[in-house]
Design a protein around this ligand. Structure first.
Ligand SMILES: [Zn+2]
Ligand SMILES: [Zn+2]
Length: 48
């Protein structure tokens, strides 16, 4: 996947381990990556 804003490759979100970490109630709720599990080095979770 690539960032839709800058085209850079996306990285696994460090805060939720690339979306593999499960939050409360087993649902992923990560405000770092906006629940996508990946982040752009420039735009963070707002790469869509
Ligand atoms: Zn970006
Ligand atoms: Zn995350």
């Amino acid at each position: 996947m690539k960032c839709k804003k800058c085209g850079r490759p996306l990285h696994d979100c460090q805060a939720c381990n690339g979306g593999r970490a499960s939050g409360i109630f087993g649902r992923l709720s990560c405000n770092k990556c906006d629940n996508s599990g990946v982040v752009c080095s420039q735009h963070g979770g707002h790469w869509k």
